[in-house]
Design a protein around this ligand. Sequence first.
Ligand code: ATP
Ligand code: NI
Length: 444
Amino acid sequence: MTETILRVRDLSTRYFTGDGQINAVSDFDLEIDRGEVFGIVGESGSGKSVTARSVMDLIEPPGEITAGSVEYRNADFAEAVADDHPEAVDGEFVDLRRIPDEARRSLRGTSFSMIFQDPESSFNSTLTVGEQLAEAVEVQRRASARPRSTRARTDDYSLTNYLLSTVLPSQRYVSKESRERAIELLELVGIPDPVERAEEYPHEYSGGMLQRAMIAQALAGEPDILIADEPTTALDVTIQAQVLDLLDDLQEETGMTILLITHNLGVIARMCDRVGVMYAGEIVERGTLSDIFDDQVHPYTEGLLGSIPDLEGGAARSAADSQAAEPRDDAGGRLQPIPGNVPSLIDAEMEPRCQFADRCPKAMEECLEHPPEYDADGSESHTARCVLAATDYSEARALPEDYFGETERPAGEKHNEPDATDPDADSLEDRSQQAVDNPGGEQR
Ligand SMILES: Nc1ncnc2c1ncn2[C@@H]1O[C@H](COP(=O)(O)OP(=O)(O)OP(=O)(O)O)[C@@H](O)[C@H]1O
Ligand code: NI
């Protein structure tokens, strides 16, 4: 039986900059089941990282979460906060935006953990990797030593830690147990010679090894939910595949829930149960892998799928071959560019229409209104913020090519069967040809 563990509703995050208000994430909804791997994919600037940071409450000025709720299901936690903050509790769910910062932070590491593209940012260069993992373990021990509480935790641990540290060989380890657990974690994530490697500093690790160590650090608190923002993008293809395998195995063993952010559709296909396609701060289409890869509705999703990166090559290669791995290909695994510009998210420049309309080969008059999430064919979780989920494309209602002025609108794709009942059917072909002849989309 599945149950929802994370429920995000109407979340909006804005940046208040000199250029104006930037609508990085708008009215964002998301539900993730316990044990599920949910992927978010989209072009650069679509709001993926801001979404992840908003869920983790890591938005910093000039950014601000301006609306919405982030509800986390945990019966014990709900009970603990119910007395002081009844308004934040809905059954077993707690709205993390309606509890004090301190209570919310108490969930970091133990309920929620995050891993980033850049592992250096997660480590302190002056401490050994083992010491830092031990500290993460200790955070979990403290949290589980007493029931979760919204009241401040008294700090009697520091005295204990001090006493322990004076009798241990390594002064910086919090306790013998946490040191041992740190080594176990390094072993768990596949770091060879973990006893020796624990004594090394972050700069002594290779990129792939440090990425593994960061995963170990994130897992130290046995989180319910792991948020992974482009966790393998900085790695070469072979190492990417190894790290993804590791995440996959760990997910299976621990049953943790993962929110995986990537702009690599190969990673999505390999790791995820369901996926949300993000554009201009919204999920524009979501569903199971087969909904998105085989039954997609939104022309933006189609555009992203124009090229599925090859991750399998890396995956299939054996460890022995990896020495001779091809040089890293920056384009490999990245989304292919879709013609037209990434939309401005500056509030004053945004219109209440489909944000993709100015790049869409199938934009119609209806697209000038902001589309709701329509149910789409396929699984019951398949939805699309696109009128094409509710109505067929009609050439008669198509917006003129130059409707959005300078912006280039690519022509309709050739494989679209012209609607047999549409008298203007072949003009679609004509328009395609024009766009090919005149890719800049300039006026004739
Ligand atoms: N600190 C900031 N100040 C101002 N604007 C910001 C800030 N951080 C993010 N933004 C804006 O929020 C929008 C979404 O950014 P975000 O980093 O979430 O994109 P992304 O989908 O993660 O892209 P990428 O694939 O490049 O990581 C962008 O328009 C960006 O300019
Ligand atoms: Ni990002």
